[in-house]
Design a binder for this molecule. Structure first.
Ligand SMILES: Nc1ncnc2c1ncn2[C@@H]1O[C@H](COP(=O)(O)OP(=O)(O)OP(=O)(O)O)[C@@H](O)[C@H]1O
Ligand SMILES: [Mg+2]
Length: 468
């Protein structure tokens, strides 16, 4: 028999109750007596009569303390202790032993039990021991919380460079949202730091030591994506030669990062929605679901409301994921952050490539700031890495960067005449796109949203003016 009895007030939050206690004993009289007593003292208490039930309740009920009889039918108390500490190491276990098995109590201490009680259990002694354990636990928690508070600015936000107003807003939001368990949707162009921010959210979260598991929804075929996310049972499809837990289960109370969520196929969207709504995951081929505890952080470089309007993304799922929305600004909106980013990224490449680079010269910095980085921080990062590889000097100069980059629009070259400036910008842009496509004019025309013949005409004009 498995019972979960809560005090009449049904508090959800354990901070308002004394704590959750699981009693494992095959003698029903003992477990129900202890249960009643503990509930009377304001605890939530559940009972299990064997190891299997106990392990199931460990997941569903998440007890802070387990009172465990040493002698149980089937898997005995000491083996159960091992399993409990393996599954949820933070659980405090108090063994209950008959006088004859006091050696077992010693063994239990060695195997990680916090304390033991002799049968018959005396209520006063039980209460004293539990209060001591809870007090101990609270201290550990407070300690962790204090340490985290101290490191809040370092942990997670450290690697996120930028002091522009838009970045300060992002960091502020991260500090607020991080410690909640709400689902977060991060949107922004490619290379703006969506994954970096997802990791920061995890580090600033309440369970930073639990796993952060990322999956790219665009890169995996649909069947594989489902079994990666939800897990599968052995034999549920060809090739499933053993049970697989799936990321949601493996993440525990950590974070699952769903990258490129906009690419998630419709069937998987439906399954994900069900999982979020029911807080349960159903592995492929399974009939019994498991609890979903992980926090979900999703990212997209698409405009999801547009995808929703076009019927490509489920509106209900969008609302579930978009509890909090974090928009990553493109680098062009925060060019003032470029010098900081350059010195941060340069230092990293110099270190990993073992080159003594001291920085970039003024002209290079001016151009780095004037460039429209379509690939955002990632593109800037790649350009710097390449330059560090190629450079001879300790100071990077424009020569260390690709030649098409040097044709950057420069009002200085054209004077103040708007038309001359625009012509110059147009020309620089077309050449740059062409270079990015490896000279493929058809592809360049497509990216420029120009007809192929218009592109040819423009290129001819450029040549003519070069000659003239
Ligand atoms: N604010 C930042 N400070 C420091 N590094 C950054 C910042 N933003 C991005 N980066 C770096 O730029 C690179 C790209 O970032 P990230 O992978 O997080 O981008 P993304 O938005 O996930 O891109 P995509 O949509 O293409 O997957 C990474 O190397 C990351 O460390
Ligand atoms: Mg990414």
């Amino acid at each position: 028999m498995t019972r979960i009895n809560r005090p009449a007030t049904e508090p959800k939050d354990t901070s308002t109750t004394q704590g959750r206690i699981l009693i494992v004993d095959d003698e029903e009289v003992i477990s129900s007596t202890l249960q009643e007593f503990l509930m009377g003292e304001g605890f939530e208490a559940a009972t299990a009569s064997n190891a299997t039930m106990a392990l199931e309740l460990l997941e569903r009920f998440e007890p802070e303390i387990v009172l465990c009889d040493v002698q149980l039918p089937g898997l005995d108390g000491l083996d159960l202790l091992d399993r409990i500490l393996h599954t949820r190491p933070e659980t405090l276990v108090l063994m209950i032993t008959a006088f004859a098995t006091v050696e077992n109590a010693v063994a239990a201490f060695r195997r990680g039990a916090q304390d033991y009680l002799m049968k018959p259990v005396l209520f006063d002694e039980l209460l004293a021991k539990i209060e001591r354990l809870i007090g101990f636990r609270r201290l550990v928690r407070q300690n962790l919380a204090l340490r985290r508070q101290l490191h809040l600015d370092q942990a997670g936000l450290d690697g996120l460079i930028g002091n522009s107003q838009v970045m300060l807003d992002v960091k502020n939001m991260l500090r607020k949202v991080g410690p909640t368990r709400s689902n977060v949707l991060i949107s922004g162009e490619s290379g703006t730091g969506k994954e970096l921010v997802a990791r920061a959210l995890h580090t600033l979260g309440v369970e930073p030591d639990e796993p952060f598991l990322a999956v790219n929804c665009a890169a995996i075929p649909v069947e594989l994506l489902e079994s990666q996310l939800f897990g599968h049972l052995k034999g549920s499809f060809t090739g499933a030669d053993r049970d697989q837990a799936g990321l949601f289960a493996a993440a525990g109370r950590g974070t699952v990062f769903l990258d490129e969520i906009g690419e998630m196929p419709h069937v998987t969207q439906a399954k994900l929605l069900r999982a979020i709504e029911n807080k349960e995951i159903l592995p492929v081929g399974a009939t019994r679901s498991r609890p979903l505890k992980a926090r979900i952080v999703a990212a997209t470089n698409k405009d999801l409301p547009v995808e929703v309007a076009a019927g490509r993304f489920r509106a209900d799922l969008y609302y579930r994921l978009n509890v909090v929305n974090l928009r990553m600004p493109p680098l062009r909106d925060r060019a003032e952050d470029i010098p900081m980013l350059v010195s941060h990224l340069l230092a990293r490449h110099a270190r990993s490539l073992g080159k003594p680079i001291s920085g970039v010269d003024n002209e290079t910095m001016r151009r780095l700031q004037a460039t429209v980085w379509k690939g955002n921080v990632r593109e800037l990062d790649n350009a710097l890495e390449r330059a560090v590889i190629l450079t001879d000097g300790p100071l990077l100069t424009p020569d260390d960067f690709p030649t098409d980059w040097l044709t950057e629009t420069d009002p200085g070259e054209t004077g103040d005449d708007l038309r001359a400036f625009l012509a110059h910008a147009e020309r620089a842009h077309i050449r740059r796109v062409l270079a990015r496509c490896g000279g493929d004019k058809r592809e360049a025309a497509r990216r420029l949203c120009l007809g192929l013949s218009s592109l040819y005409r423009k290129l001819e004009d450029f040549q003519e003016s070069d000659r003239g």
